[in-house]
Design a protein around this ligand. Structure first.
Ligand code: 3HC
Ligand code: NAI
Length: 706
């Protein structure tokens, strides 16, 4: 008998003596206001109805409940609140059972914790990932979890935000029973009926006793607090999580809940929450490029890689790690052996760390094939070229690919800067040519710029997105220009950093300011890591076409002329004694900078860290706006994801365009106009930025309209 036949997001149905409450709110049963209302009404109904002796809560579709509805955060709250719903579930006078399959995350797990008995099946994911959104569990999670599984385990779960499997949840004491079949409904009903037959009592998590060893619990809190203070650089919510769990030990349940609520609301109000939630949606939105909607990907069973250097080898590892076979082409046997050795080195590193066995490596390497003949690529579905960054060399490689590859093969280039339209136009099948710009190390870095040339067919673009999925990369669609999205914007804020260095800031101060903003490294540390010679070669290549009126800071060239290319040569902007990877400031570099300032006729001035970041970010935002204005990036969020995944931009700030909205575009534009007084050629406000400010709009409005 269905008690509320209207198509509702929470339905109720009496199954014998058990009221089956099903949450059916696609895509992931998030706890929107409707769902909260429906849950509350279901519990009220269960309490009021004599025919009901127990309640079973399940989720329809692939998940139990993915958590609070993230889209509601930042908007005015709509009752009933989730904590009230959880408290009402817990207060139910009849046993409430939660049967979990798929995700029981955040508020979803909190609903389950408010139930009196919990069951989960294989494939269930239980966790409190709020910390990843700049939050803490705000519906009793910080109070019920430690009471149920102890302070130490609760802190670990909440601070990491990780997912536990059903089996682990059982071992932790988070659930009572593991259901071995996939039929969640049958498992849940069987459990509920068993509990009824055994006259199992209502059993409330608020009364659970896992915190009874007070001293041990407080010691766990002290340890977590010390570790969190060290590790959670700049993050707002982790220490608040520790405070809330401490309250679970020190205070009665209701007091603890009150503190949790207060801390949760503080987190909701923090810009970090807005930044992290922007990142959550942005990394899902980037997958929805127009071509992925309109076209089907081609087959992807055999992959070719041309070039076995830094990138070719890294890309090959990424492909092998995805379980696909790879054929590598090199110039000669010696280079091929080097390419193979690069790959083996990655796996040997894993073996040394105990993360792979020799047998597993041998197994992976059976999927690798090498050749010096392009004919070996005849049956490849997709080939990625990663040879020297030289247009004529690349065109020669593409001529070979055009000759040997089967019809329909996707031909990709990993070029960093070169004109992919020109590469495509040089062969007989330009519609099959695309850019796949990986980042170094290619087997580790998550970003993949999918560079879409003029003549490419939509299904080739869709295939590139499909490859990204198989390689577990985050793809961002970019257009063809010098440097695409990421490297083009990088070149501009690097120039801003160079100018500040010549004007008086030390590279060490600039790096420290950038780190304090939240990047893992400053720009000069990045140069030292990547190798100063790479940028030097690019600068030499561009020397002939550079605007002679543009400011050109020569300090990096002076270092390169001395062979100081960074970590690999033991010195660059920093000194790396005996192969050390953390650099020390170098007085000789400072002397070179002084000499360069003198040569350029500059009287050095001081910069505050705040001034440094204003310039650094204004340069990044302005060029991001140009990239959007020209259609190189489709939406501001594409620029954001590029920087979050490829350039170490602090996730809690959401990306450069989100950050710009946070600061206010009028403020950024005013900064640019102020800096333009010194160097009007460099600081030219992007037309898009000017237009947005004039209209009183922000970048977020462009994310919505695209
Ligand atoms: N609220 C609103 N929308 C959500 C959502 C949520 N909690 N979780 C996922 N979605 C949306 C996604 O944006 C996506 O929308 P789209 O189709 O329009 O792009 C859709 O649901 C499907 O999501 P995924 O593509 O991520 O689907 P997967 O199957 O790959 O993953 C998942 C499912 C594991 C549930 C994953 O979506 C996930 O991790 N979600 C977030 C879980 C989470 O962080 N929960 C905690 C929320 S905060 C909270 O609960 C506070 C509380 O303590 C008070
Ligand atoms: P690399 O110099 O380490 O490797 C290039 C490899 O290509 C060498 O092993 C060389 O033997 C091989 N090669 C050259 N001509 C060939 C040919 N005709 N046929 C077959 N093999 C040939 O260079 P790296 O760093 O791997 O760069 C490769 C490409 O990737 C370049 O286009 C570069 O711009 C791009 N890239 C580089 C990144 C980096 O951080 N190094 C990041 C992203 C892209």
């Amino acid at each position: 008998m269905t008690l509320n036949p209207s198509a509702d997001v929470v339905t109720r149905e009496l199954r014998g003596k058990v009221l089956l409450v099903t949450i059916d709110h696609a895509p992931v049963n998030a706890l929107s206001a409707d769902v909260r209302r429906g849950l509350l009404a279901a519990i009220e109904a269960a309490d009021a109805d004599k025919a009901v002796e127990a309640v079973l809560i399940v989720g329809a579709g692939r998940n139990f409940i993915a958590g609070a509805d993230i889209r509601e955060f930042g908007k005015p709250p709509v009752p009933p609140s989730l904590p009230d719903v959880c408290n009402r579930i817990e207060a139910c006078s009849k046993p409430v059972v939660a049967a979990i399959h798929g995700a029981a995350l955040g508020g979803g797990l909190e609903v389950a914790l408010a139930a009196h008995y919990r069951l989960a099946v294989n494939g269930a994911k239980l966790g409190l990932p709020e910390v990843q959104l700049g939050l803490l569990p705000g519906a009793g999670g910080t109070q019920r979890t430690p009471r149920l599984i102890g302070a130490q385990a609760a802190l670990e779960l909440i601070l990491s935000g990780r997912h536990a499997s059903a089996k682990e949840a059982l071992a932790l004491g988070l659930i009572d029973r593991f259901g071995s079949s996939d039929d969640i409904l049958a498992e849940g009903l069987a459990y509920a009926h068993e509990l009824l037959a055994a006259h199992a009592p209502v059993r409330r998590t608020r009364d659970a006793a896992a915190l009874s060893d007070r001293a041990a619990s407080l010691a766990a809190v002290a340890t977590a607090r010390a570790e969190t203070a060290k590790k959670s650089r700049g993050l707002f919510s982790p220490l608040k999580i520790v405070d809330a769990v401490e309250a679970a030990i020190e205070q009665p349940f209701d007091e603890g809940l009150r503190l949790e609520r207060k801390l949760f609301l503080e987190c909701i109000d923090s810009p970090q929450r807005a930044g992290l939630i922007h990142a959550f949606f942005a990394e899902r939105e980037v997958l929805k490029a127009p071509e992925t909607r309109d076209a089907k990907p081609r087959a992807l069973n055999k992959i070719g890689v041309v070039g076995g250097g830094t990138m070719g080898a890294g890309i090959a590892v990424a492909v092998l790690d995805a379980g696909l076979p790879v054929t590598m082409i090199e110039r000669d046997d010696e280079s091929l052996a080097r390419g193979r050795a690069h790959i083996e080195k990655v796996y040997d590193g894993l073996i040394a760390k105990g993360r792979m066995s020799a047998e597993e490596k041998a197994d992976v390497m059976t999927r690798w094939q090498g050749s010096t003949s392009y004919d070996a690529l005849a049956d490849a579905d997709l080939v990625i070229e990663a040879v020297f960054e030289d247009l004529s060399v690349k065109k020669a490689v593409f001529a070979e690919l055009d000759r040997v590859c089967k019809a329909g093969a996707v031909l990709a280039t990993n070029t960093s800067y070169l004109d992919i339209d020109a590469i495509a136009a040089s062969i007989s099948r330009p519609a099959d040519v695309i850019g796949l710009h990986f980042f170094s190390p290619a087997n580790i870095m998550k970003l993949l710029e999918v560079v879409v040339p003029k003549q490419v067919s939509a299904d080739v673009v869709a295939t590139a997105f499909e490859l990204a999925k198989k390689l577990r990369k985050t793809p961002v669609r970019a257009g063809v220009c010098d440097g695409f999205i990421g490297n083009r914007v990088l070149a501009v804020y690097r120039s801003a950093a160079d100018a500040m260095m010549e004007d008086g800031a030390s590279p060490y101060q600039i790096d420290a300011a950038v780190r304090a903003f939240g990047f893992p490294m400053g720009p000069f540390q990045v140069v030292d890591l990547a190798g100063g010679d790479i940028g030097w070669a690019a600068r030499k290549r561009r020397a002939a076409t550079r605007n002679p009126n543009a400011r050109y800071v020569q300090i990096a060239d002076r270092l390169c002329e001395r062979g100081w290319f960074g970590q690999k040569t033991g010195r660059g902007f920093y000194l790396y004694p005996e192969g050390s990877r953390s650099g020390a400031p170098d007085p000789e570099v400072e002397a070179i900078i002084d000499a360069e300032r003198e040569r350029a006729g500059i009287t050095p001035r001081t910069f505050t860290d705040e001034e440094i970041m204003r310039r650094y970010m204004a340069a990044m935002i302005n060029e991001g706006a140009n990239v959007l204005h020209e259609g190189i990036a489709l939406r501001p969020l594409d620029v954001d994801v590029t920087f979050l995944y490829g350039y170490g931009f602090p996730r809690y700030r959401g990306g450069p365009m989100k950050y710009a909205d946070t600061v206010g575009l009028a403020t950024v534009l005013a900064d640019i106009r102020e800096f333009a007084k010194e160097d009007p050629l460099f600081w030219r406000a992007s037309p898009l930025l000017v237009d947005l400010v004039e209209r009183g709009a922000n970048f977020a409005s462009l994310n919505q309209s695209a």
